[in-house]
Design a protein around this ligand. Structure first.
Ligand SMILES: CC(C)(COP(=O)(O)OP(=O)(O)OC[C@H]1O[C@@H](n2cnc3c(N)ncnc32)[C@H](O)[C@@H]1OP(=O)(O)O)[C@@H](O)C(=O)NCCC(=O)NCCS
Length: 182
């Protein structure tokens, strides 16, 4: 798998909901995660996902395994505003999106879509053919985003898996086929 370095600025300040003169706010940069990001990544994950955030040890090991597919939105001065994480396996051409978030103050400005579009492009380039993810059935924002990118419920049925993460924790599984790239 290629783990090509990635870094580009998201310059469209007004598109990204950054009011003119917003104190201390620099440009957002979308880039591959670094080991030094781990404490801030953990803080961000806890801010957004709270009791279902990844434990520190697991986040660390996910980084160890999938750093090439862990992208962050860097606001500068050590502050992250979002991330996306995809897991791949050497055994087949499938992948799972294991995390996606944008901080509440930066939502609805195209950043979630930017993170997803970039990770899907990287997965496709790395030869991945299918991407799956789980989403809370009531998470309308995420489901609309995923559906607009082409994800559809995994068969059978509507992708709903009862008690997927334990009693009462249903999830819907969505799946996307990436067009061949070789
Ligand atoms: C899901 C999430 C990452 C979306 O990030 P975002 O930067 O706000 O999303 P975008 O601005 O790129 O929106 C992309 C599309 O998602 C959908 N969408 C996003 N937020 C929405 C909302 N509140 N209501 C309805 N649709 C929404 C829309 O289809 C939107 O396209 P449009 O702007 O053309 O209408 C963000 O809401 C988030 O971090 N949520 C909490 C964590 C989470 O639920 N992660 C997913 C776990 S499976």
């Amino acid at each position: 798998m290629t783990a090509e370095p990635l870094e580009y600025a998201l310059d469209r300040r007004e598109d990204l909901g950054e009011p003119a003169g917003f104190p201390g706010a620099g440009r957002l940069v979308l880039r591959a995660a670094r080991e030094s990001d781990l404490p801030e990544l953990r803080r961000l994950d806890e801010e957004v996902f709270q009791e279902v955030a990844y434990p520190a040890f697991l986040l660390r090991q996910l980084y160890d395994m999938y750093a090439g597919h862990l992208l962050v939105l860097d606001e500068g001065e050590g502050r992250l505003r979002g991330y996306v994480l995809a897991a791949t396996t050497a055994l087949n051409r499938d992948s799972w999106i294991l995390g996606l978030c944008v901080t509440p103050d930066r939502r609805r400005h195209g950043l979630g879509r930017e993170l997803m579009t970039e990770i899907l492009a990287r997965l496709r380039r790395d030869g991945i053919e299918h991407v799956r993810l789980t989403v809370e059935p009531a998470n309308r924002a995420a489901i609309l985003l995923y559906r607009s990118l082409g994800f559809r419920p995994e068969q059978p049925g509507d992708g709903l898996r009862r008690d997927y993460f334990g009693p009462g924790q249903d999830r819907q599984i969505l799946r996307l086929a990436l067009p061949g790239n070789r």
